[in-house]
Design a protein around this ligand. Structure first.
Ligand code: ADP
Ligand code: MG
Length: 621
């Protein structure tokens, strides 16, 4: 019997391989646009006819190609972007597999025109079915134009699989928008059947987003920006009121590459959870930059899925960055919105990982890097950004003091007690006239730069305690105040089980409890800010709250414990407060990562703007 194994001819091998890379006109759009970006172009035109079935053409003003390269680039595995396997882990270009042009050439008719700045004449090439039909010198502007004509003309089965023009055009626009968002400092245009559909001037990311989504988004975007040694995130989320009932304007880019990740999407949704109705979807355009060595972009041929070294860190990082951003917008509406065009973008491009930083993070555990002072939702007291946020709210600097004091540390917070009347007078006198005022023993009225705010004392304190307790569990346990006379606490069997399970967390939160027999505990100490004499009541109240929360399955046990404690220990409405206590509440509230909302989703304060007040009076009420 004769041998039966043949090597496939190149054009058939290419056609088969092309199936993975070029599935529809939009795939070619993505590849050609990315090549233009990789070639350093600053102006990129996309021209489409018949939803890309007849023509997909990209014209750029990038580096151009030499005669030889112009021929070579259609070979399979022809790439200028990697030379060794090590390069694969430092990829900063969009392409690197050297497959796209070979695949396009295998399933269509291609015309390429290209010229480098140093060459007098450019080169023109015509290819179909992977075969070069013609190559000749030609006049051409610097840059490259590649036209893909009659996609799948030689693979009728695939051509028949293409969807309606409307559907294919939708895919094309999606790809176009993704690339345009990733590179706002480049000019892009899209022309379809002779009509200009989009034209984006070079600008900042915000300008790009607004030119895509519409001018009214200008005031609806919240800046997201956090940096750690391990990764950076920047971009925008829509204010909660822009959330829509349909998923749509949601974009994640990792090292400027558009990705789909339901996991990271979940992190964003989670950060929005308390601020938008269920079943609605917030807008986001987020860029995560990290050392390419920590990402595997190679897992999927069309590269929309992505694998990270440690997804959990990324999740926590994304979630807290967004919470932080959302928390700030409510307080500082105009925070750095009109930055110089391109600044946000520059960041992404100019913050690659230095050798030094790489060595550092390789040496230590990544997790440690992340949970140190860099962690997004922990406010670093030494960091001025927080003070900035303060000055926005209360500035210009009040006469009483130019150096705004740093937010107090949790231990500065005095136990809430009813101050004696004399005390109260003294403090009142000592304090600035503009000090806060208590209204109906329930609200705190405080003057700010743009008007005044009305703080709900209970919700606000609940938020403060909630964050303090979370911090206690994550990093530094709360100090315990030892009781002079340890009490025994007898519990119902079911309650005793809960307490047993929670013992380590309770200890971190400042309770010193010791099991004593089956359902009994000895209480040796309580968190320093709970008044002595209340040990038993405090724990019983806590248990009660905890059981109330038990139907809320979405929270894990720790979360429930923290929420219960915050609710249980928060200052109730109806409690008179001294000026000092009110000031402390305000100070601490605005040092929180999410000051505007209680853990249970109630508002913590309302702000009244002078402008709005004026208008109200004008209208006669
Ligand atoms: P890859 O982008 O993965 O390297 P492609 O098949 O997309 O593979 O492109 C092959 C090579 O052709 C690129 O590495 C690059 O050197 C060259 N090339 C492609 N498009 C352009 C362009 N628009 N301008 C300049 N060079 C290009
Ligand atoms: Mg490419």
């Amino acid at each position: 019997m004769a041998d039966i194994i043949n090597l496939l001819p190149d054009n058939i091998a290419n056609q088969i391989a092309a199936g993975e890379v070029i599935q529809r006109p939009a795939s070619a759009v993505k590849e050609l646009l990315e090549n233009a970006v990789d070639a350093g172009a600053t102006e990129i035109q996309l021209i489409i006819r018949d939803a890309g079935k007849e023509l997909v053409q990209v014209i750029d003003n990038g580096s151009g190609m030499s005669d030889t390269d112009a021929r070579m680039c259609f070979e399979r595995h022809a790439t200028s972007k990697i030379k060794s396997i090590d390069d694969l882990f430092q990829i900063r270009t969009m392409g690197f597999r050297g497959e796209a042009l070979a695949s396009i050439a295998a399933v269509s008719q291609v015309e390429l025109k290209s010229r480098r700045a140093e060459d007098e004449l450019g080169t023109f090439i015509e290819i179909d079915n992977s075969v070069i039909r013609r190559q000749e010198p030609c006049q051409a502007p610097v840059g490259t134009s590649i036209a893909m004509k009659n996609l799948f003309f030689n693979v009728p089965a695939r051509r028949n699989f293409l969807k309606s023009n409307a559907a294919e055009m939708r895919h094309i626009v999606d790809e176009f928008i993704r690339v345009a968002l990733a590179f706002p400092h480049l000019q892009f245009s899209l022309n379809s059947n002779g009509q200009q559909m989009f034209h984006f001037e070079k600008g900042s990311l915000k300008q790009r987003i607004v030119s895509i989504l519409g001018q009214h988004y200008n005031s609806k975007l919240v800046t997201v920006k956090e940096s750690t040694d391990y990764m950076n995130i920047h971009g925008f989320v829509g204010k909660p009121e822009t959330a829509k009932k349909t998923r749509g304007d949601q974009f994640f880019f990792v090292n400027n590459r558009f990705i789909k990740s339901s996991y990271l999407n979940h992190a964003v949704m989670n950060a929005f959870a308390e601020t938008i109705p269920p079943d609605s979807f917030p807008l986001y355009v987020l860029f995560i930059d990290l050392d390419p060595a920590h990402v595997d972009i190679n897992v999927h041929p069309t590269k929309q899925e992505i694998k990270f070294d440690d997804e959990r860190i990324l999740y926590a990082f994304v979630q807290s960055a967004i919470k932080h951003a959302l928390a700030q917008f409510s307080v500082t509406p105009a925070l750095d919105f009109d930055l110089d065009p391109g600044i946000q973008q520059l960041d992404a491009l100019t913050q690659p990982f230095t050798e030094e930083k790489k060595a550092q993070s390789a040496g230590t555990s990544i997790y440690k890097t992340f949970t140190s002072a860099n962690q997004a939702h922990i406010i670093d007291k030494s960091n001025n950004s927080n003070l900035q946020h303060w000055k926005e709210l209360y500035g210009p600097p009040p006469a009483r003091d130019n150096d705004f004091p740093p937010p107090p540390s949790p231990s500065d917070f005095p136990p809430v007690s009813t101050a004696s009347v004399i005390d109260e007078r003294w403090q009142e006198a000592a304090h600035d006239q503009k000090g806060p005022v208590q209204v109906h023993q329930q609200y705190i009225l405080s003057q700010i730069k743009s008007g005044f705010i009305l703080v709900d004392q209970r919700s606000a304190h609940e938020r403060i305690l909630y964050e303090r307790y979370l911090r206690a569990l994550a990093e530094k346990p709360i100090a315990t105040q030892q009781s002079l006379f340890p009490q025994t606490l007898e519990l119902l069997p079911a309650d005793a089980i809960i307490v047993h399970e929670m013992l380590p967390d309770l200890q971190a939160l400042g309770y010193d409890l010791e099991p004593f027999g089956q359902h009994t505990f000895v209480v040796r100490g309580t968190p320093a800010d709970i008044q002595t004499g209340n040990e038993q009541a405090s724990i019983e109240g806590l248990l009660e709250q905890f059981k109330n929360f038990s139907h809320e399955l979405k929270h894990n046990r720790r979360e429930r414990l923290v929420r219960s404690m915050a609710r249980n220990n928060a200052i109730p409405s109806g409690k008179p407060l001294s000026t000092r206590e009110m000031q402390n509440i305000i100070d601490e509230l605005f040092a929180c990562s999410m000051p505007n909302i209680s853990p249970g989703g109630r508002g913590t304060f309302i702000s009244f703007k002078l402008n709005d007040l004026e208008k109200m009076f004008d209208r006669g009420f």
